[in-house]
Design a protein. Sequence first.
Length: 164
Amino acid sequence: MIIRGRVWVFGDDVNTDLMYPGFVVSLPEEERPRYCMHANRPGWAQQVKKGDIIVAGRNFGCGSSRPAAKSLKDLGISCVLAESINGLFLRNAVNFGLPALALQGVTKMFREGDVAEVDIRSGEVKNVNSGESMRAKPLPEQLIKILEAGGLLPLLAKEGFLKL
């Protein structure tokens, strides 16, 4: 599973409230991603293109268990790379089919607008612009299986445990 996309750079402690502000729960589901990161980067969601990748600092996804990963995926984000990722966010991301890898030093590797190439199976992360590459600890095979199915619900449906 190889992902390639334009990079957006964020700092440390990007919490789920920024990705999925509380007021969006009253909006139709298709409108919710428009307000992703609105509090700290107004207009950002309108600039994101399908396949873009987030590179962030420490503690990405801290906060509540809001469906922030779903909001990112629905917006078009194809992968999250961060110095460290909150465990609850990581599992929510996988469950919604959004790959996320923790990799110390990743923020030094990219500038906003660079192109990243990520091999989810091996953990290899490459800056296509500079040629620099590093290797993250790959996700366990069971989580990769969920990601390859498009998320937990599609996997359960594929295996006959759920009708969508």
